[in-house]
Design a binder for this molecule. Structure first.
Ligand code: 4AD
Ligand code: MG
Length: 492
């Protein structure tokens, strides 16, 4: 018979085990107590005789007999309240338990007498692991978003940014879950490429040449002497490569960082952002639009179901209409309108746009927002754009004017998805390359996909950060990326 007499203290728990009957052996052993996350502690069904949590101090309040310390470890929005009895032997350590300090607390998890929390910790011991002095920038609340961007290394410790990055984590998980449930295969497309998929010339060059003394040939830098023996760039999209895999594995997706050296200073453009790009063989534009709409709905539903606590903070402090808008997106069908009709609607709107809506011009963000916010009052997919404003790879429609492109627009953001049916006819594609001034030789392998067993295929790109802005209500893309890269900014 074994009787556990044990008592546990701090991290080094001492278990006293008494072996019965003959009373001949008493075994002492020490065991490391396991730290649990605040989220787990607060979600417990029952009290705990011993608990160990670690985290950062949000606030400390002292009364005569006790100190109340709010500890947060980032696992959830809520803090756990720690009650420190002034009678504890080394209570004087409490002076260094200030906002921002890292602490380790052990004690008992008991029902809390205070309002708003089920559990609290009655500390039997506490330790300051890392002090934070009075200069700690998050001492006070109410900092501007601009200032918080300057302390991007500390802002995840604020309530707001903790919520943003927990939702970001869940959203990435939901992306994979959606595609895995549908038997799409995840493919890792390269970040270093030789092609400019979108043809917009917004490429960051990748080179190991000596910038001060590059090899020259006929007055030009000789990139054949560069690391990859050719000019190379950071990818703007994994599309061309994922097409090769769709034309072998049927339904595939890539999800990774993409880079654009575009000098845009807007709240929805970043120079480094993440994109999810599914690609489907044997699929036309309609099937593509169906998937994009289903995907966006799925992601919104998943976040509504799994990030309630974090969303409640956005709904209180960032965007009061957030939850209604998200629920609306889940409940209602999206609208579809072709580009020509969309231009008519914009022209008839009676609205004064900074850029007038004209057939043949790209939709500006103000147009996109008018369509989704004011006219349709819901997400809307615009399709069949004039071929002149779209890249070489989009499939030419029979009207000779438009291509099978689609953009999914959502309220507050505008374009969140861009995609198309791809040109699968070798001769048409070769002509398109020429019309776009691209060298067919450089696209030889892309053309071969059409030479050998070509099939109808389609895909799109969803901007991960724009989706995150949509589900959180955050107004600036810089505030949904851990360390934003925008023109002039790459400090952290
Ligand atoms: O519309 P885009 O440029 O489409 C493509 O790159 C296609 N090759 C995708 C494909 O068909 N596989 O970009 C797709 C989405 C946009 O709708 C937008 O949400 C996002 O990527 N995006 C950006 N997000 C943040 N910052 C930028 N600079 C972005 N540019 C595009
Ligand atoms: Mg686009």
């Amino acid at each position: 018979m074994w009787i556990l007499l044990g008592f546990r203290e701090v991290e080094e728990a001492l278990f006293c085990v008494y072996s019965g009957r003959w009373m001949d052996s008493i075994v002492f052993m020490t065991m490391k107590m396991k730290r649990i996350l605040v989220k787990e502690a607060l979600g417990r069904e029952s009290a705990m005789d011993s608990i160990l949590v670690k985290g950062w101090v949000r606030t400390r309040r002292d009364s005569k007999a006790f100190s109340f310390v709010e500890v947060n470890d980032g696992s959830c929005l809520k803090n756990i309240q720690v009650v420190v009895d002034a009678a504890l032997p080394d209570y004087e350590k409490i002076e260094s338990v200030s906002t921002g300090a890292a602490v380790s607390v052990s004690g008992r998890l008991v029902a809390s007498q205070g309002k708003g929390q089920k559990w609290e910790i009655q500390a039997s011991d506490f330790e300051v692991l890392g002090i934070a002095d009075a200069a700690y920038p998050l001492q006070k609340k109410g900092h501007s978003m601009e200032y918080l961007r300057e302390i991007a290394h500390l802002r995840p410790r604020s309530n707001l940014f903790g919520c943003v990055f927990r939702v970001r984590n869940r959203l990435a998980f939901a992306v994979h879950q959606f595609f895995q449930e549908k038997d799409f295969l995840y493919v890792h497309t390269p970040l270093i490429t030789a092609n400019d998929c979108e043809g917009a010339g917004e490429l960051f060059r990748v080179s190991s040449l000596d910038l001060k003394n590059p090899p020259m040939n006929d007055g030009e830098i000789d990139f054949s002497k560069d690391f990859f023996a050719r000019p190379t760039f950071l990818t703007v999209s994994g599309q061309l490569e994922i097409e090769a895999f769709a034309c072998a594995l049927s339904n595939v997706y890539t999800f990774g960082p993409t880079f654009r050296a575009e000098n845009s200073h807007t709240s929805r453009h970043a120079s480094e952002f993440w994109m999810i790009e599914p690609e489907m063989a044997f699929c036309d534009l309609d099937g593509n639009m169906d998937l994009a709409e289903e995907f966006v709905k799925y992601l919104v539903r998943d976040i509504l179901e799994n990030c309630q606590e974090d969303l409640s903070l956005f709904a209180r402090f960032v965007d009061k209409s957030l939850l209604n808008r998200l629920q609306f997106v889940v409940d209602r069908p999206f609208k579809r309108v072709d580009y020509t009709r969309a231009i008519e609607l914009l022209q008839k709107s009676g609205k004064k746009f900074e850029y007038p809506a004209e057939y043949g011009a790209n939709l500006q963000s103000e147009h996109e927002r008018y369509l989704s916010e004011d006219h349709f009052k819901c997400p809307v997919t615009v399709y069949n754009f004039p071929k002149e404003i779209k890249p070489f790879y989009m499939r030419a429609n029979d009207d000779g004017k438009t291509v099978g492109a689609m953009d999914l627009l959502v309220p507050k953001i505008g374009e969140i998805v861009g995609g198309s049916q791809r040109e699968e006819r070798l001769d048409v594609l070769a002509k398109n390359l020429e019309k776009h001034g691209l060298d067919a030789e450089e696209y030889w392998w892309y053309l071969e996909l059409r030479q050998y067993g070509t099939v109808e295929h389609s895909g799109f790109g969803l901007g991960f950060e724009r989706m995150l802005m949509f589900v959180t209500g955050m107004a600036n893309i810089r505030d949904v990326i851990p360390f934003a890269r925008t023109p002039g900014n790459a400090e952290f």
